[in-house]
Design a binder for this molecule. Structure first.
Ligand code: MN
Length: 291
């Protein structure tokens, strides 16, 4: 049975995260259209649509800040993003690479345009997803996974027109490299004009497509183009996509975490008491040190 489209979201107005990330905050939607459980376990999606940064000598990004209770997954489509955290992990990602940062019990990190890229300037396009953690893993050890495109698990169609970078989960029996705490699929999909791809996604998974580029037809009955986010209903499991032009899609699917959510800025916990504890632990230096 086909899984129908519930909604095609237009990109919300731009806001800046620090001075380096010019993003459309697709969800959670403060007006409530897509609340913070609709795409669970995905809590937040910030999408930096294509933007040309002029050369600069001044560092751009967001300085040292905490997280607890989530993972931040950053996918670069254009440009280069650097990460540094209080556990000592560092990484730089470029085109089609992924940084998978598990904050869990608490971390400080900074995220910025990689220095050479920032100095030279250039096109930037990226997405950051916050993956909520099941309560039992919220206070586990922080970790960091650098998921470079060159090492990624890939599906390539016989006619070479369909490329799927399986970041997390599984596609047609090929497993992605990311370690996850709950069942998730994240695919970075490139389609040549005139090509087709089909998906079979568990009915109990929430499902959305972020369209990075091009124009696609979904299930033969609706078209959507770049910078939109498509939310699917939770009935049926088959989705067919036809590329009206060369296209790129970030597919997100996951089994919802059926637990209360109490968010406060960079912390996503289950109770208010846990939020108070997060603030206190942050203020008393328990998240470590990062200049
Ligand atoms: Mn962050």
């Amino acid at each position: 049975m086909k899984r129908n489209i519930e909604n095609i979201l237009l990109p919300p107005p731009i806001h800046w995260v620090g001075n380096g990330f010019r993003v459309h905050g697709f969800f959670p939607d403060r007006k409530g259209a897509v609340d913070y459980k609709r795409l669970s376990p995905f809590f937040l999606l910030d999408y930096a649509s294509l933007y040309n940064f002029p050369p600069s000598d001044i560092s751009r990004g967001v300085g040292s800040h905490p997280h607890r209770g989530i993972e931040t997954v950053t996918v670069a489509f254009k440009g280069k993003v650097a990460h540094e955290d209080s556990v000592g992990n560092k990484g730089v990602i470029g085109e089609n690479d992924v940084q998978w940062m598990t904050a869990a019990g608490g971390i400080l990190h900074k995220e910025f345009l990689e220095t050479d890229f920032n100095n030279r300037g250039g096109n930037m396009q990226m997405a950051q997803i916050w993956v909520n953690l099941p309560a039992k893993y919220k206070m586990s050890q922080p970790k960091y996974q650098d998921l470079l495109f060159q090492n990624a698990s890939k599906f390539i169609s016989d006619n070479q027109k369909v490329h799927v970078n399986i970041i997390a989960g599984e596609y047609k029996g090929i497993a992605g490299k990311a370690d996850t705490f709950s069942p998730i699929n994240i695919y970075d999909i490139s389609l040549k004009e005139g090509s087709k791809i089909d998906f079979n996604i568990d009915e109990n998974h929430n499902l959305g497509f972020l369209i990075i580029d091009g124009n696609i037809k979904i299930n033969d009955n609706a078209s959507a183009d770049k910078d939109k986010f498509v939310i699917f209903e939770n009935e049926g499991n088959e989705v067919e996509v036809y590329a009206n032009s060369d296209s790129k899609i970030l597919l997100l699917s996951g089994e919802p975490i059926d637990e209360p959510i109490v968010p406060y800025g960079p912390f996503v916990m289950n109770t208010r008491e846990e939020i108070y504890a997060a603030i206190e632990d942050f203020n008393s230096g328990k998240f470590g040190y990062l200049e």
